[in-house]
Design a protein. Structure first.
Length: 319
C-alpha cells in the first residue's frame, strides 16, 4: 500500500505554522525585574500545524502539496527555509503582508519547557488571499488524489473558503479528509473522512465524553449532523472509534491504543489524518487505514516532540 501511494499527490490545505525551539541556560536573575535571564545556546525550527501533516505524508513516501498562508516577516523566511530543507514544494504557499507568519516559540531550559510565545492573528484571511488559494487549487486539483483540510482556527479555513473547496472537490470527484477545530466544526458536511478528537466533539456537542457509551452516542450524533461517509473519533489513551453507515444504521468499531508508553501526544492527530490519507491512496479499505493510522500514532507518542511517522518505522513496527 505504501508503494502504491508513492505515486499519489495529496493536497493539504489549512493553517501552517513555524515551531521554534529556543534552548538555553539560566544562571542569573535580571537586574531589571525579578525574572530569570535565559542565555540562548541554540534555536531549532520545525514545521507545525498543516505543515506537519504535509511532512508526515512526505515521510510516508507520498507527495504532499501544501496550500497555506504566511506573512512577509522574518519568520516567513525561516518557514520557507525549513520547507525547502525537507524538500517540500512551496508553490502553494501564499505570502500575505497584512498577517504575521504563525509562529510558536518554546523556550527550553535544562530540558524543562519554561515559556511559550505565540505570534499570530486569528482573523479570517482577506478575500484577495482566498481567491489566490482557490485559483491555485483550481489549476492543480486534477493532479491530486485527495484533499486534507487541516483546521486550527487561525483564519485560513473560513466558512466561505470551506464551502468553495467542498463544492470544487465534489465537482472534481476528489475525496476530502477533515481534521476540524471548534469554530467551523459543522461547516464540513458530506466529506469522506471527518476526524475530530474527544475534546473537540464534547465541546461542540456540549456533553462529557467519558466512556465507550458516551463516545458511541456522540459519534452517531455527529454522523447524522454532518452526513460524512466515515467518522474517526480519536480518544487519546483509549484509542479510536470508526463509524460508518450501514443502511439506516451506523457500524462502530473500537480500536484500542497501540502506544506501549506515552512520552508526548503532540502531533499525534496530524499523524492520524496523514496516515489515513496515504493508506487510502495506496488502496487500503477504511478499516485497514484507521488500524494502521492508530499504529502510527502509537509510534510517534512514544517519542518526545513533534516528529513525523517514517515509512520504515511503520513497516518495522508490523514486522
Amino acid at each position: 500500500m505504501l508503494d502504491e501511494s508513492s505515486r499519489s499527490r495529496i493536497a493539504v490545505i489549512g493553517d501552517v505554522m513555524l515551531d521554534k525551539y529556543v534552548y538555553g541556560e539560566i544562571n542569573r536573575i535580571s537586574p531589571e525585574a525579578p525574572v530569570p535571564v535565559v542565555e540562548v545556546k541554540r534555536t531549532e525550527y520545525k514545521l507545525g500545524g498543516a505543515a506537519n501533516v504535509a511532512n508526515n505524508i512526505k515521510a510516508l513516501g507520498a507527495e504532499p502539496v501544501l496550500i497555506g498562508v504566511i506573512g512577509t516577516d522574518y519568520d516567513s523566511h525561516n518557514y520557507l527555509s525549513v520547507m525547502k530543507s525537507l524538500k517540500l514544494s512551496t508553490s502553494g504557499i501564499i505570502n500575505d503582508k497584512s498577517r504575521p507568519t504563525t509562529a510558536k516559540t518554546r523556550v527550553i531550559v535544562h530540558s524543562q519547557h519554561v515559556l511559550r510565545i505565540d505570534d499570530e492573528v486569528k482573523t479570517e484571511i482577506s478575500k484577495t488571499t482566498e481567491k489566490k488559494i482557490l485559483s491555485y487549487l483550481k489549476k492543480n486539483i486534477g493532479g491530486f488524489s485527495s484533499l486534507i483540510l487541516q483546521d486550527y482556527n487561525k483564519g485560513v479555513l473560513s466558512k466561505s473558503l470551506i464551502s468553495k473547496i467542498l463544492e470544487l472537490s465534489r465537482k472534481e470527484k476528489k475525496p476530502v479528509y477533515v481534521d476540524p477545530k471548534f469554530d467551523n466544526f459543522f461547516e464540513y458536511k458530506n466529506v469522506t473522512v471527518f476526524k475530530p478528537n474527544r475534546k473537540e466533539t464534547g465541546d461542540v456537542l456540549g456533553i462529557k465524553i467519558d466512556g465507550d457509551r458516551s463516545a458511541e452516542s456522540a459519534g452517531k450524533l455527529l454522523m447524522s449532523k454532518l452526513k460524512c461517509k466515515y467518522l474517526v473519533l480519536t480518544r487519546g489513551e483509549k484509542g479510536m472509534m470508526l463509524f460508518r453507515k450501514n443502511g439506516s444504521s451506523v457500524n462502530v468499531k473500537t480500536i484500542p491504543t497501540r502506544a506501549r508508553h506515552v512520552a508526548d501526544v503532540s502531533g499525534a492527530g496530524d499523524t492520524v489524518i496523514s496516515t489515513i490519507a496515504v493508506m487510502l491512496a495506496g488502496g487500503a479499505g477504511i478499516e485497514e487505514a484507521v488500524e494502521i493510522a492508530n499504529k502510527a500514532a502509537g509510534i510517534v507518542c512514544e517519542e518526545v516532540g513533534i516528529i513525523p511517522i517514517y515509512k520504515e518505522a511503520l513497516i518495522s513496527s508490523f514486522e
